[in-house]
Design a protein around this ligand. Structure first.
Ligand SMILES: [Zn+2]
Length: 182
């Protein structure tokens, strides 16, 4: 971080420009991503789970971390991003991550991407791509492809059932005065 600051042309010229602040921000981003990557490496070295780590940042500080814990906790949803989001929401005592940035060591799978959209952070950064993950048999690409198919053509048997009865809860929600919208 300091290295780039000292070398920054904007500072040499004595003008703190837009480009300079962009550089500083990107430099911070790389620092946070390095932490996510470090978590992913540690997770493998310690045999805790898949090679994935994530951090949530707010106001320039890491407020939560997560590592893949699927096998350690027998939880197929325990991906690094989901755990980092849960920890961040606990830390902030909220269900939305407005004003936060998520740094994940790998491009999110569809589940995590959905979770990230639900959490509503401001920005998302990733290091490895989903193609990189597929190359070591973490085939999220498969799920992305499934999502594009019509329901009847997906590998997972999926059929709609009892919609009218299911709608009862939605009608109640629409009329509820107790609900907390999100
Ligand atoms: Zn995931």
């Amino acid at each position: 971080m300091e290295e780039l600051g000292e070398a920054c042309l904007c500072r040499i010229e004595g003008a703190r420009s837009y480009i300079c602040s962009m550089n500083t921000a990107m430099n911070d981003a790389e620092t946070f991503m390095r932490e996510a990557i470090k978590l992913s490496i540690d997770n493998v070295e310690q045999g805790r789970g898949g090679p994935f780590g994530a951090v949530v940042v707010k106001d320039g500080k890491i407020i939560a971390r997560g590592v893949n814990s699927v096998t350690a906790t027998n939880d197929p949803t325990a991906h690094a991003e989901v755990i980092a989001i849960r920890n961040a929401c606990q830390a902030l005592n909220t269900f939305q991550l407005t004003g936060c940035e998520i740094f994940t060591s790998c491009e999110p799978c569809p589940m995590c991407l959905g979770a990230i959209y639900w959490a509503r952070p401001d920005k998302l950064y990733y290091a490895n791509s989903k193609e990189d993950a597929a190359a070591i048999s973490f085939d999220d690409l498969d799920i992305y492809e499934e999502l594009e198919k019509p329901i009847e053509e997906r590998k997972l048997f999926t059929r709609q059932l009892l919609r009218e009865e299911g709608l009862e809860a939605f009608r109640k929600w629409a009329e509820s005065t107790k609900k907390v919208g999100y």
